[in-house]
Design a protein around this ligand. Structure first.
Ligand SMILES: *Cc1c(COP(=O)(O)O)cnc(C)c1O
Length: 372
């Protein structure tokens, strides 16, 4: 390593570097769409939808404008009675919870497991009431929820299972891919996700033909045929440009996830600091490793220390939903596992642009941090 390399700061995520290997393909896709003269709901979208459904193992995929809309439209499509309860992990990105509220339904927060950070299946059953209609499970940080345990509660109580797969493109549970582990799934193609567009994008995957049809209508003003409106729909479409770019990038997701896994393996094997809690290694091979999240009792001090060494880290996420002003009604809720996670977690750089020498520096810096 040269002195210049040594001094260079390590960004948490450099999206230009992430997209650099795809630049030619991206230009090809953009050129194709510009030339076609057709920019919304065309053959690029249909082609991507077919490929992404095949990738996930579902019968249908519908492109929508973003991940939040994907989840919201699934919840709207089932037409649950207003105020129906949807079970969701308290530890998630806010969009999982906003989707429920935006669909006119009531989020019921369930504590996660401190080890996996995922919704604790053992706590779901006690949250079910006669108003519960669905479980929205989140494959947070790229790790799939226990689809068997969740499916068993859903079957027992007659609930739908929705996956928030926004962080889990290519992750799997017992050989089945995220997106094909419940009744329907919402994906995001926000630029930083494992499969990222160059703008906003999202998709619903499902093998239920009636649900697929409803989403197809809902995303396009509730219309299946021009000027005929069967539902009070929205405008939420994945445009041809983003669909074409995603179709070019999709064949590389597995190899890119392998690279993420390689980096995660190094972190798991080589970070030896006794005060740091690392993510569980038992699902190393099946996780999509969207984020590598560690826990430390004095997170701020450790993040500052890394920052001084030129290593940028990030927190996913600093404030839980029940402490947000938007959900002031939940102010008095006590969710100690969730609160502890939000207080102690931070994420190390882990992306396809990260170089081996940079990983060496991150690991060395962490292991040299003074113990408490
Ligand atoms: C990114 C993300 C979303 C929302 O996706 P957008 O495309 O940004 O709307 C939802 N849930 C989770 C877990 C996410 O990480």
């Amino acid at each position: 390593m040269t002195a210049a390399d040594k001094a260079a700061a390590i960004a948490f995520l450099d999206l230009h570097r992430v997209n650099e290997p795809h630049l030619e393909r991206i230009h090809r896709a953009v050129g194709r769409v510009v030339q076609s003269g057709w920019y919304i709901l065309g053959k690029e979208l249909r082609s991507f939808e077919e490929r992404f459904a095949a990738y996930c193992g579902t019968r249908h995929c519908l492109g929508v404008a973003n991940g939040l809309d994907a989840l919201t439209l699934i919840l709207r499509a089932w037409e649950f009675p207003a105020g129906s309860e949807i079970i969701v992990p308290a530890n998630t990105y806010i969009a999982s919870i906003l989707a429920i509220s935006n669909a006119g339904l009531k989020p019921v927060l369930v504590e996660p497991d401190l080890r996996t950070y995922l919704i604790d299946p053992a706590r779901i059953r006690t949250a079910v009431t006669d108003r519960t209609r669905a479980i929205l499970c989140v494959h947070l940080y790229g790790k799939c929820c226990d689809a068997e345990a969740i499916g068993a509660v859903a079957a027992e109580c007659g609930l739908k299972v929705i996956e928030d797969a926004a962080q889990a493109h290519g992750a799997s549970f017992k050989g089945r891919r995220a997106g094909n582990l419940g009744d329907a799934a919402g994906f995001s193609f926000y630029p930083s996700k494992n499969l990222g567009a160059l703008g906003d994008g999202g998709a619903v995957t499902t093998s239920d033909p009636e649900l697929a049809r409803r989403i197809e209508y809902l995303r396009n003003y509730g219309s299946g045929r021009k000027y005929v409106n069967d539902y009070i729909g929205v405008n939420s479409r994945l445009d041809e440009m983003q669909a074409a770019i995603l179709a070019e990038k999709l064949p590389f997701v597995d190899a890119e996830n392998d690279r993420r896994r390689q980096l995660a393996r190094r972190y798991l094997n080589e970070i030896t600091h006794p005060d740091l809690s690392l993510p569980p290694a038992d699902t190393l091979e099946s996780d999509a490793w969207h984020l590598f999240v560690v826990r430390h009792a004095d997170r701020e001090r450790l993040m500052d220390y890394l920052s001084e060494k030129g290593i940028q880290t990030a927190v996913h996420y600093p404030v839980p939903a029940h402490h947000q002003k938007a959900y002031a009604d939940w102010r008095d809720l006590s969710l100690p596992v969730t609160e502890r996670i939000h207080r102690e977690v931070f994420s190390l750089p882990l992306n396809t642009a990260l170089r081996d020498g940079e990983v060496d520096r991150i690991i060395d810096a962490l292991n040299a941090f003074p113990t408490t």
